[in-house]
Structure formats: C-alpha cells, structure tokens
Design a protein around this ligand. Structure first.
Ligand SMILES: Nc1ncnc2c1ncn2[C@@H]1O[C@H](COP(=O)(O)OP(=O)(O)O)[C@@H](O)[C@H]1O
Ligand SMILES: [Mg+2]
Length: 260
C-alpha cells in the first residue's frame, strides 16, 4: 500500500514542482499518471523512490515511511522498488539474462554477485520472468542487439525479478513507435496484474492510459487535477489536465507589416 500525504517539492531555484499531492493506492492497482510535460510526474516518482527529498509531506510504502529514511535505509528500500525508464537503462554489452539477474542483486550474497555468479534458483526466476514477457529465446542475446521493444521487456523482467512492492515506470514507451508502445504497455499491465504489484506509470498517451490502466491520476501544475477510473475521464477532465498546454498567445498579435 502506498500513501502519499500533502507532498510538496520545491527545488532550490524556487520551482514548486509538486504543490500538495495526496494519493492512496493499494496493492495490485495499475495506475497511469498523466499530465503535460513539466506537470511534476517524474518528480513524484523520484520522491516515491527517495531520489528526490520532499520539502514537506510524507510517503509511506507498506507502512514504512520513505520520507524519514536515511540514505542507507533508502538504498535498502529501493531493492523492493522496480524501476522502468524511458531509455531502458540496461547494461548494453551484457546478455538479456544477466540484465534481468541484476534485479536479483538484493537477494544474492554480496561477493558472489560481484563475481557475476548467481545460483540456480536466481537464474530460474530470471528465466521465468523473461518467459513472462515472451523473451526466453533472447536470454543469451547481448542487450545491444535487441530492439527497443525487446529492451523494454527485459527491463520489465528485471523489475519483476526484484519481487518489488511497487513498480515505478517513467514514460516507459516514450521511445517506442505507436505499435510497439501498445505491445509494451500491454505486457507491463498484464505482468503487473499477474504478480499483483502496485504499478505507477507516467505516460503522456492518454489512449494507452485509458486502455491499460485501472485508474488514472491527472497532474497539472503540481496538483492532482483528476483521480478516477478511465470511464470517468471525459473531455472536461482532459481539458482541466491539459489546458495549461495551450501556447500562450500574445495579446496583440503583430501584423506582418510590423515585423518586416
Ligand atoms: N532538478 C530540478 N531543478 C529545478 N527544477 C526542476 C528540477 N527537476 C524538475 N524541475 C522542474 O519541476 C517541474 C516538474 O518537472 P517534472 O517532474 O520533470 O515534470 P514531468 O515529468 O511531468 O514532465 C518542471 O517545471 C521542471 O522544469
Ligand atoms: Mg517526466
């Protein structure tokens, strides 16, 4: 269970990225976070994983208060948070299976994993998870030989190999073409439901959010503007979330003759 209470993040340069965010989410929900660029979506995910310390407010994951943890505690807590980034963050020269195995690092004995040694039980979990995303046949392929969609599936397999309490995905399909975006979102939502893990997905394609997520949270200018089911998200709601996206028109448009 995730409880975010009155979260506020002000950057040193004075930008107030999050104003007073409160969100409560239970295990196994698949939630899309939508909003225009600069709305505060990434800052929210970074606050949840502890990379961004909030100015005020609290975040609790399964009763543990992330916002009170020191750096060591945060590092430990992050073992149980799966991340999926737009740019995959794989070790390109390593095979897919080894990238997935890095998701097991939190469970392995220290010196063994430094030597690249993972015992059979970890390898089995990693292979099972590659199979879940349809990539068992690519297990031994170097990651830089995989397509973008395959790379993101490896990242999904890596995240679930952590046996995470939460998965945080920041624009996971923003580097993929529309067709692959659909496939990867489908995989991510399906796998999240299969293992029953709370998943937050920052995404800017509203249609994909509607199609694959149970709940949508719309953020505008650092505030929750909408929190509901895809069915409840009508044009009015979208207008409220995206209205700040309209280019601000100059009050007095200059005539061409004034400019030349
Ligand atoms: N490290 C930072 N320092 C100052 N301002 C930042 C920093 N990171 C993000 N911002 C600002 O905070 C706001 C929210 O950013 P972000 O969370 O990245 O939005 P989104 O992910 O929705 O595009 C934006 O105005 C952005 O410019
Ligand atoms: Mg972002």
């Amino acid at each position: 269970m995730l409880e975010v209470q009155d979260l506020r993040v002000v950057f040193p340069n004075g930008v107030e990225a999050l104003k007073s965010i409160s969100i409560s989410a239970t295990k196994s929900e698949v939630i899309a976070i939508i909003g225009r660029s600069g709305a505060g979506k990434s800052t929210l995910l970074r606050a949840i994983n502890g990379l961004q310390r909030p100015t005020s407010g609290t975040i609790k994951l399964d009763g543990e208060e992330i916002t009170r943890m020191n750096d060591t505690q945060l590092r430990l807590a992050r073992r149980y948070m799966g991340f999926i980034w737009q740019e995959y963050n794989l070790v390109e020269r390593l095979p897919a299976i080894t990238n997935v195995l890095t998701g097991r690092l939190g469970y392995n004995m220290g010196w063994q994993s430094w030597l690249g040694y993972f015992d059979k039980s970890h390898r089995e979990i990693a292979l099972q998870n590659l199979e879940r995303v349809g990539l068992l046949h690519r297990a031994n392929n170097r990651s830089d030989k995989l397509s973008g969609g395959e790379k993101q599936r490896v990242a999904i397999a890596r995240a679930i190999s952590q046996e995470p309490k939460i998965i945080l995905a920041d624009e996971p399909v923003a580097s993929l073409d529309p067709e692959l975006s659909v496939q990867v979102m489908e995989d991510l939502a399906r796998v999240a439901r299969e293992i029953g893990v709370l998943t937050l997905i920052n995404i800017h394609q509203v249609e994909l959010a509607r199609r694959f997520c149970d709940r949508i949270i719309g953020i505008a200018q650092g505030k929750v503007e909408f929190d509901g089911s895809p069915d409840e998200m009508d044009d009015d709601v979208l207008d409220r979330i995206y209205r700040f996206d309209q280019p601000v028109k100059a009050k007095h448009e200059p005539a061409i003759a004034d400019v030349v």
